[in-house]
Design a protein around this ligand. Sequence first.
Ligand SMILES: Cc1cc2nc3c(=O)[nH]c(=O)nc-3n(C[C@H](O)[C@H](O)[C@H](O)COP(=O)(O)OP(=O)(O)OC[C@H]3O[C@@H](n4cnc5c(N)ncnc54)[C@H](O)[C@@H]3O)c2cc1C
Length: 432
Amino acid sequence: MKTAIYWFRNDLRLLDNPAFTLACRSVDRLLPVFIHDPAASEQTRWGFARTGAHRQHFLADTLADLRLQLARQGSELIELSGAPEQVLPALATLCETRSIFCETISAPEEQAQLVALRAAGLHVESVWQSSMLDPADLPFDVQRLPDMFTAFRHAVEKAGVLAPSPLPLPRAIPPLPALPAMLPQRYPGLRVAAAIADQRSSFPFTTAAYAGGESAALAHVASYFQRQLVHTYKATRNGLSGTDYSSKFSPWLASGALSARSACQSLKQFEAQYGASDGSYWLWFELLWRDYFRFLHCRYGVKLYRAQGLADTTLATPGHHARSFRQWCLGETGEAIVDAGMHELAATGYLSNRLRQIVASYLIHDLACDWRAGAAWFEAQLIDFDVYSNQGNWLYIAGRGTDPRGGRRFNPQKQAQDYDPKGHYRTLWSKA
Ligand SMILES: Cc1cc2nc3c(=O)[nH]c(=O)nc-3n(C[C@H](O)[C@H](O)[C@H](O)COP(=O)(O)OP(=O)(O)OC[C@H]3O[C@@H](n4cnc5c(N)ncnc54)[C@H](O)[C@@H]3O)c2cc1C
């Protein structure tokens, strides 16, 4: 009788989950677990908790939906709390197994967890599955990833690389192994404080249609393409406010409730039915950016986390000006478009791509603050926090990624004039 633990990480779904499907096929008894790591709530060196209330709320909804999906297939989700590298070996002993299945996450902390589990004698089968394209299909070794996104995109397009088809639901989920009635470190099911609904939100996750979890994700993707919004995506994607100017796939992609391959399949089916357009191409283009930041981690790993990033080591370490940083976080810089963006972020956990660029640039290039503090604030606030995309975009704007060119400075007044000419956005978010 083969038994294993399936450790859900940022892949909180059953559809198109190759690691989970592999586990289901390989063993007779399977224990699906999610671990609430206290490190996720610790204070950062910048003086705030690592995970804010919005992201906690979105995660709680996502897990509730996953529990439901597993129950429908006769299984369960066991939630535990503690450091995964301690909880999993103890749990494995209780289940009389040494076998763990999970997804591969190519960021330093997540990789260190797997190293620790293996050092503890566990057999960990991990599967790379968060990108749209399979790294094995790229026309180059991922260690030779081009340093410019455009070169990467051209190579991918020239080689005609396609996203693999998503996997269906596992045919059956093996039953749970026998477990002691009192599991140590069982998650006490802490109630996350109810999120405050803000009518102004562009991603109103307190409503059923935008809730965390696979069910809402799949319904949203279907509705997005049914309403043919993708045709206008290129023209509207720089919008600042509203639910429809961009796809709003990111919170579900980041939690893994939606796979990038499923999103891509829906896009391709749409194109087959209604024809391709600038809009549909541009959505693929943005999903490719998401992949690029993933592959960048595979190539450069921990170097992306240094103060200087990938830039020349003679580049000065960025300064940290606690007062300016605090004013930025609170939306009290005196620059109206920046303050409006920071109010929206704090009130809703979401911000348009345009505003993310504007506020990040302002912190780095106008306030001369440390980009890592800004990245940490985004990590705490964003419901779509994704380690690869967040780190990659911050480095890019700071000019410390693969494509330095002195970084990207956005003139806030010009940006306000171009994207908020009548000041509607600034008025809407003049107060938090
Ligand atoms: C400083 C900064 C930090 C960011 N941090 C994150 C983050 O933590 N998590 C995150 O998912 N995105 C991040 N982004 C990228 C981007 O802002 C969001 O993905 C996008 O705004 C999400 O909204 P959407 O799903 O409607 O995007 P759409 O415009 O509809 O794009 C479709 C999808 O493409 C991907 N995508 C779009 N733009 C980018 C981009 N610039 N980089 C990587 N992927 C992209 C996303 O998965 C997105 O869901 C960041 C951007 C900046 C400038």
